[in-house]
Design a protein around this ligand. Sequence first.
Ligand SMILES: NC(=O)c1ccc[n+]([C@@H]2O[C@H](COP(=O)([O-])OP(=O)(O)OC[C@H]3O[C@@H](n4cnc5c(N)ncnc54)[C@H](OP(=O)(O)O)[C@@H]3O)[C@@H](O)[C@H]2O)c1
Length: 179
Amino acid sequence: MITLIAALTKDRVIGKDGKLPWDIPEEMQHFRSTTKGGVIVMGRKTFDSVGHPLPNRVNIVISGSVKEIPGCEVFDDVQKALERAKGFHKEIFIIGGSAIFRQTLPLADRMILSWVKKYYPGDTYFPGFDGGEWNVARKEEHEEYDIVWYIRKSIMENINAKRGQPVMASTPFDLGCTR
Ligand SMILES: NC(=O)c1ccc[n+]([C@@H]2O[C@H](COP(=O)([O-])OP(=O)(O)OC[C@H]3O[C@@H](n4cnc5c(N)ncnc54)[C@H](OP(=O)(O)O)[C@@H]3O)[C@@H](O)[C@H]2O)c1
């Protein structure tokens, strides 16, 4: 299972000047607790903006210019990075940025998107996606953002077909972890 996790505005802004446009500690805590224990895959610029490997996670960085980063595995190709990520048999989280989200969205099974309510200008965007291809499995409202858990419809159809059940419009997100 490959999960994209991001925070974005309604305009799909995710970044400005190499950083997050906002400072929302509670949302950051959600990111940390969700990805803990998993494999995180990121672009080199996102690694630079974080500045260090995140603890208690396998850190994989994609870069054509940098060969080695202490505490991380570096790959010069998205497919190679994902193959390596799968080898750990842990949850795989694509954590950005825009360049990496764009290349991996077609491969994603799930998305965990924090929709930031306020308007923030930016220069980096989450890719557009067809809402018709995704089921909303869960939604959690917060003061500054709403978290929406999406699961690709084709994944739900496969799971339900294996169980001999009809396709549900909305199914608990955890079902997506059963493959
Ligand atoms: N709101 C959120 O959830 C969120 C999450 C993550 C990041 N962000 C923000 O997004 C911005 C960074 O995003 P970004 O799109 O500019 O950069 P990025 O996706 O983090 O990194 C881009 C870099 O990744 C490497 N790369 C990408 N595709 C590659 C490929 N196919 N093969 C080899 N290397 C490849 C290249 O590194 P080299 O140049 O080294 O070759 C490229 O310059 C920042 O503002 C950050 O704060 C926001």
